[in-house]
Design a protein around this ligand. Structure first.
Ligand code: AMP
Ligand code: ZN
Length: 115
């Protein structure tokens, strides 16, 4: 838990979020500024600053992220149409919140290049 971290506060329940899933390793909630009809954030309970701070001890977490992304995509009915899982790392990658998270976007055609 980092005192000033927005996502630590959401994990703890100090700041409200529209939570749609939680387990022992992570929570998922709706992005406050959705970029697609379905836009969820998958956020580990543990404070990890960015992708660059992951270690082998986080391997189970990373496996879980994709299992849960699949489950949410199926539960909300956009799995077969297709979806995108995105991690932004550091300023150049577009990261704004310094607690690692994975965007799950679906419900529309995704474009490439992503911009
Ligand atoms: P990133 O740019 O990858 O760091 O993504 C941060 C995401 O967090 C953005 O898509 C924001 O819209 C989202 N966000 C910021 N504050 C909140 C909040 N209080 N509740 C839900 N999503 C948020
Ligand atoms: Zn945090």
């Amino acid at each position: 838990m980092e005192e000033q971290c927005l996502f630590c506060k959401i994990v703890k329940g100090d700041i409200p979020a529209e939570k749609i899933y939680e387990d022992d390793l992570l929570i998922a909630f709706r992005d406050i500024e959705p970029q697609a009809p379905f836009h969820f954030l998958l956020v580990p309970r543990q404070h990890i600053r960015s992708t660059l701070d992951l270690t082998a001890s986080n391997d189970a977490l990373l496996g879980r992220i994709f299992q849960v992304a699949n489950k949410i995509a199926r539960d909300f009915g956009f799995a077969e149409d297709g979806f995108r899982v995105v991690n932004n790392c550091n300023e150049g990658g577009g990261q704004c919140v310094w607690h690692i998270h994975f965007h799950l976007l679906g419900g529309r055609q995704m474009n490439w290049p992503p911009g």
